[in-house]
Design a binder for this molecule. Sequence first.
Ligand SMILES: Cc1cc2nc3c(=O)[nH]c(=O)nc-3n(C[C@H](O)[C@H](O)[C@H](O)COP(=O)(O)O)c2cc1C
Length: 469
Amino acid sequence: MAFVDGTEVARHNTEQDCWVVIHGKIWDVSEFLADHPGGANVIVKYSGRDATKAYNEVHDPELVTSTLSPSKCLGDIRPDSIAEPPQEAVASTTTTLTDPASPPPLHSIINVDDFEKVAKRHLSPAGWAYYASGTEDEVSLMDTRRLFRMITFRPRVLRRVEPVSAAVKILGHPSSLPFYISPTGIGRYAHPDAEAVLACAAGKEGAIYCMPTTATHDSVFAARSKPDQPLFFQLYTTRERSKALAMIRKLEALGAAALFLTVDSPVLGRREQDERISAADTPRVSSGLAKKGSMGLLNPMLCWEDLKWIREATSMPLVLKGVQTVEDAIIAYDLGVQGVVLSNHGGRSLDTAQAPIITLLEIRKHAPHLLTPETRDKFQVFVDGGFRRGTDVLKALALGAAAVGIGRPFLYSMASGYGEAGVARLLQMFRVEIETSMALAGATTVAELVPEMINSERAESEMSRRIKL
Ligand SMILES: Cc1cc2nc3c(=O)[nH]c(=O)nc-3n(C[C@H](O)[C@H](O)[C@H](O)COP(=O)(O)O)c2cc1C
């Protein structure tokens, strides 16, 4: 293709005659302006100039070639002959989302991804590494998102979808949303009173929060939006049973509504992002900040027999958090616990452990009795890891989960100085996405989300064929 000089491109700088350069190619977008979903103005600002930077911020590299006809590509720009984009144009297209100094106004944050991008810039390097990382190659961390994309909807139409309610009961407690906020340690990177902020915001929205072992429990209870707001409590047993018992007693006295016993982390996985941060002052191979944070909490000797003393120690509903196979889900059910969370700790324990949604599919296939509405009164299956969209949540519910858990997004939502308002906004964003997607799928209640609304066959092809029960 012929080279065209920048001075020639610069002449086509009006709405009627508008050329732009994207990735070194010159495009005549004059006719396309009226069809641009983001409006004509954002392109006209770059007429006669290089628009690559602004284009990259919102578009896939291939989009321009798949959208415009090849006849609109006029050639390659002669290197170094093109005018730089106007500074004010760059600033306004990127909005404050790329302003490194101050966080953008909350109303400009419209999805989980936005919160994450802002948090990445405003958290300390150590905080970001601790929150965002998974273990080793982070395969499990990324796999959850891949699986959600492989599962599609089979929406039903003409169903009168107003009003919509996303309400469920979680361990007998009404929740206005079909998810709870998952326990996450070291919340102070995001906010000095992270757990209290999460508890309060959840309560105001009629949602449920599960606080981590490491929370300052009294202040979390004190932060409840009303005295009867249910709060769940996640427990690491530690090697010393007496300490675990004392913790259970304390949480019972405070009025915790359920005990989530974490079972996927007998030891800590290696989080290399954490490790790189602390490598400068640690000459040995270490497990970085995560190791420091969990020192003394984990118990590699915890086993199924321990459920007996834990069960006897408390009448709180007991949920095993971190079940990763149908085999273990069945054992848990048979032992009479009140639920399981299918989870690989958000990709922070055994790397390459299968995605929790695959474990849910295993249960659907091999132990469907664990998912029936009748069973749900005494045993509930929850699932967490990678839920970032309302549609992700609906897929798990339709496949039989009673509710899902969401972790990192809530840390990101209160970082950058947003505090409780950020958490409230995230809860409302999830509500809008969930209720909108329910209506589009043809369901007005969570009970109407049924497996037939989902095509999970591609994901099912990744299920193990070695399961023997
Ligand atoms: C920063 C961070 C800290 C966590 N701390 C705990 C914890 O103390 N106890 C626990 O059981 N799970 C912990 N988890 C796991 C979460 O409860 C949950 O399983 C996971 O975050 C779900 O994945 P998501 O973050 O993709 O939603 C933590 C996760 C993160 C990201």
